[in-house]
Write a protein that binds this ligand. Structure first.
Ligand SMILES: [Zn+2]
Length: 358
């Protein structure tokens, strides 16, 4: 597998131990103290302990301790809007209205500034036998959160059998629900082979393929998505294994689509745990997140969009670029008046045909 395709190889262990075991307040305090002793980025991987501890304190109406833990956690993960709101509520309770207002303004000013990239679009390419509700939801949510048009296209062919691998041969019997697996790189090649033109259209942001089949690469036994700029593939097979509710399943799939869409559009992976795009350490952690991009991802998208908008704005009509560099998406002005007539031959027109020489 090529290194550049590894840019986002998402995999995580479905670690039952981390999700089912309930820790006590003192055990969680210990975990949090250990994390506090670390530097920011490594402490972030322990952020779920902070939130669990804060929740326990909140359950006990111990707002002082809950607030202390939440504020420490928000230093590591400021884009967790849910806990920002809880912190503001506690500040209100304590009569600290100024601090609460500043906090709410800080969150709202970012959320109000919606992303928007008119003119560009992302293709969502569907393999057969997908859950159409999920595909529709992904298209709608990516449109809403990223401010871009999403065009759904059918791949029109099954995942190529050439790229299948037998679970028995893989000798991975732990998850027997998975019938078979497909090579993620091969699926990407299948998509780009079929839709190279669409990938390279001037205003196309790229193609995200989606499959219901489990995927793997030579380096990972399974993954949720694989991609690079302009092309990616995601699978929702693993999101169904623990028989989640429809809502949980859809949320997982949409968050994976956000991750993949970001990589395809050309922004880096995200390290803020509450971000929909962040790599989760367990499905429980994944489920606890809101289906929202964090401030960092939104800022990265704003910068990327600004560059793309500058490309649209700068064509031969308003710059020194030659017309030949306008690309296929250039606007050709049409001065003709619109006719009422149908296109093509008009009724009553006498036909002419080429006489075949005898
Ligand atoms: Zn993010």
């Amino acid at each position: 597998m090529h290194i550049r395709n590894l840019i986002f190889a998402f995999f995580f262990l479905l670690c039952a131990c981390a999700s089912s075991q309930k820790l006590s307040i003192s055990e969680l305090e210990e975990k949090v103290n250990a994390a506090e002793a670390q530097r920011n980025v490594s402490a972030r991987s322990s952020i779920h302990y902070y939130w669990q501890l804060a929740d326990l304190y909140l359950d006990n109406n111990d707002y002082d301790n809950a607030y202390r833990v939440i504020i420490s956690a928000l230093r590591l993960d400021p884009w967790n809007y849910k806990y920002q709101y809880i912190a503001a509520e506690i500040e209100m309770l304590n009569g600290d209205h100024e601090r609460a207002n500043n906090r709410l303004n800080f969150i709202n000013s970012d959320l109000k500034d919606l992303l928007n990239l008119p003119g560009y679009y992302l293709y969502l390419a569907t393999f057969p036998n997908l859950n159409s509700d999920v595909v529709e939801l992904i298209a709608a949510k990516v449109t809403e959160e990223f401010g871009i048009e999403v065009r759904v296209i059918n791949i029109g062919a099954r995942e190529s059998e050439v790229n299948i691998r037998d679970r028995q041969l893989g000798n991975i019997m732990r998850l027997k629900q998975v019938r078979s697996q497909y090579d993620a790189n091969a699926l990407m090649n299948q998509i780009s082979g079929r839709f190279r033109n669409m990938m390279n259209e001037p205003y196309s942001l790229g193609i995200l393929g989606i499959t219901a089949e489990d995927i793997y690469t030579d380096d990972y036994n399974f993954l949720f998505g694989l991609g690079q700029t302009r092309l990616g593939v995601m699978s929702y097979a693993r999101f169904l294994l623990d028989k989640p509710s429809t809502e949980q399943f859809e949320k997982r799939a949409v968050m994976q689509a956000f991750s993949s869409a970001g990589i395809i559009i050309g922004i880096p992976r995200c390290t803020y745990p509450s971000c929909a795009r962040a790599y989760p350490h367990s499905l429980e952690e994944h489920d606890r997140k809101d289906v929202m991009l964090c401030y960092e991802c939104r800022q990265n998208l704003r910068q990327r969009y600004a560059r793309l908008k500058a490309i649209i704005a700068k064509d031969s009509s308003n710059s020194s670029k030659p017309p030949s560099t306008d690309g296929l998406g250039k606007k050709v002005s049409n001065n003709r008046e619109k006719s009422e007539r149908k296109a093509g031959g008009q009724t009553g027109h006498k036909g002419h045909t080429l006489n075949v020489p005898k």
